[in-house]
Design a protein around this ligand. Sequence first.
Ligand code: AMP
Ligand code: GLY
Length: 415
Amino acid sequence: MTKVLLIGNGAREHAIATALSQSDVEIHAHMERKNPGIAKLCKEFTIGSTTETKQIPDLADIDYAIVGPEAPLAVGVSDFIIAQGVPCIAPCKAAAMIETSKTFARLVIQQTTPKANPRFISARSLDDLRRFEKEVGVENIVVKPNGLTGGKGVKIFGEHLKSRDELEKYAISLLTKEGVVVLEEKLEGIEFTMQAFSDGNRLELMPLVRDYKRAFDGDTGPNTGSMGSLSTPDHGLPYVSVEDFEAAKAIMDATLIGIKKKAGSIFKGILYGQFMKTETGVKVIEYNARFGDPEAMNVLSILSTPMDEVCQRIIDGNLGPVEFENKATVCVYVVPEGYPGPDVVKDSPIDTSVATSAQLYYASVYEKEGEILTTGSRAIGVLGKGDSVAQAREIAYANASRIKGRLRFRSDIAE
Ligand code: AMP
Ligand code: GLY
């Protein structure tokens, strides 16, 4: 039987494990903290760091590995696995820079599809910062850490930064820490996620997803890992025209080639593009080198081609068409009260025993004496699947509200 090592312990990896478990495969999971959902689906699991190669379990019997989160990619866990002769569904460290370095990503786009970039600078000094301020105006600037921050390091003037002083203070703090800070022109528009499987040479697109990153209703408050998401039965989104779709696809295709050229290494795994539809065309907000969370739940819950088969085709470098059901999906993230603030409720019990018709994906929770408890982060992704967005939404919300505990969720996902 095919043996798969799955690395990671979030809701995204729970969704990957669920998809894999539809095939005749044996899942071996390596997690930093026991995810109760993954634990139920796997043959065995190990607990340990996912970013220290010394702690990755023995690969002798493993047919292939899947790395879910970005942090292991940044330190070359894929390279480590591949070096032992085990294929890996996730890019090597050099190719993963499309996510792990915002500067690398902007430069690849600059060389392939420059119109998809906002004006930007990778500032290495206060002079660079001031020059960019003059060029675009301080009120039009977005400040981003160059490296990984779990989607929480981006600060926008006017929303998170209220004055030039505040902006400079934040930019300088990042500059001091990393030696570089990315500044971008603030774009206006609506966002969409385009994910694709990559065999290194070509992409196979997944249904588009709308992700709700802000903490509170009406898209207000700080950015979070995400509070929910939706996809539609025709795999598009009402505000994404055929032209927008084709533009985003062309940008992704060009990026795949651009990565190979700039990193000197092909990109195998999942390429995730976050796009914004603006008045001057479709622009890239960011790339990820993995499934999105919660976007993985949307697309993998309607994947018709067996996940194991898709992985085998990626390994063979011969990715044919990948099919998805024509169903709508809505994911609502249930989070602890106070999330994402400093007074977030931690170590509080959750009772999911009454939630039934939706699929529940465990995110940042842990088990103690048979109880499931919150950490300070997102707890459970509740996914509804239906013939229409309204039906999927109803299922997701009915079940989200049945989960008991000191929890909250946004009430306007997929409205
Ligand atoms: P990121 O971590 O790069 O995805 O950024 C988080 C969020 O910040 C995005 O989903 C956008 O809503 C916002 N954002 C990032 N870059 C820009 C930009 N150049 N202009 C406007 N909003 C942005
Ligand atoms: N949903 C955004 C992300 O996974 O980065």
